[in-house]
Design a protein around this ligand. Structure first.
Ligand code: ATR
Length: 266
């Protein structure tokens, strides 16, 4: 019997995670089976217990359950504690254990796949919700210097900025006249076909605009391209966070390059 894993969320029908983990399993020779579990919001905790009682070994947690997963855990990694969110549950321990591989996935996509070293880089992070919360500390630990967090609701950005020494918070209008070489969109605006109200001139020479949303050309990426910036969506982050979860569960880090290339193939 293969060891059982799954992604749990609502909705998860279009998740690429089962396919990605199937490629990782084949490439590493690990005997695992990876499915998708769609649960209504009120039933998340029950569904985790049910999967665990059926000998499930681990779960990837996606929207909207990452914060609830964190609260359910008896023990978490330091990076999950920093994010106050869990995207990786380990079920075959005495107590429910949670980790968060999202930040590591973003950092690896930026530094390895996209060749953008973070050491000393001034980064503009757009958004202060769950997605931004998950990647802030890993960006700082990777050496990003002077991270600016801009959000529509400024107090939310201020609360987040207090967690990382040297981080600064502001509203979008306060970005006028400033420019950055790396701008990361962690708002969910793109999911509604919207764009945060960004001033012109935000992208400095050689800038990269990164949208954590994947699988669609967001208004943010279109605007950045029109302004001459290089662009990347969150597909690489998705694959890298999956590889990091696979490492947590199986002790083996799968190669990601071929998997990412296959996902990007037309
Ligand atoms: P997630 O877990 O995806 O980050 P969230 O916690 O609801 O979801 O946070 C959504 C983020 O996107 C927030 O930073 C939100 O801004 P507010 O804190 O002001 O609500 C931001 N956001 C969503 N829609 C937006 C829009 N149309 N323009 C600008 N920011 C938007």
């Amino acid at each position: 019997m293969p060891d059982r894993y799954a992604v749990i969320g609502h909705p998860v029908a279009h998740s690429r995670s089962p396919w990605i983990h199937a490629q990782f399993a084949r490439a590493t020779g690990e005997d695992i089976e990876y499915g998708a579990i769609d649960v209504p919001p009120a039933e998340f905790a029950h569904a985790v217990e049910r999967f665990r009682s059926q000998s499930g070994k681990g779960l990837n947690v996606t929207l909207p359950f990452k914060l609830e997963a964190f609260r359910l855990c008896a023990e978490t990694s330091a990076r999950a504690a920093a994010a106050q969110a869990v995207n990786t549950l380990v079920l075959d321990r005495a107590h429910l254990y949670g980790d968060n591989t999202d930040g590591a996935g973003l950092v690896r996509d930026l530094t390895v796949n996209l060749g953008r070293p973070l050491a000393g880089e001034r980064v503009l992070l757009l958004g202060a919700g769950g997605a931004a919360q998950g990647v802030l500390a890993p960006l700082a630990e990777a050496g990003a210097a002077g991270i600016v967090i801009a959000n529509r609701t400024v107090p939310r950005a201020e609360a987040l900025a207090r967690r990382v020494p040297g981080a600064e918070a502001c509203g979008f209008d306060a970005l006028a006249g400033r420019s950055f070489r790396l701008v990361i969109n962690a708002t969910s605006a793109g999911l509604q076909g919207e764009l945060p109200p960004l001033p012109p001139g935000l992208f400095g020479a050689g800038a990269l605009a990164y949208d954590m949303v994947y699988g669609r050309d967001t208004e943010f990426l279109a605007m950045a391209r029109a302004a001459g910036a290089a662009t990347a969506d969150g597909l690489g982050m998705l694959v890298e966070q999956a590889a990091e979860s696979f490492l947590v569960w199986r002790g083996v880090r799968p190669e990601t390059r071929a998997v990412l290339a296959a996902l990007r193939a037309p």
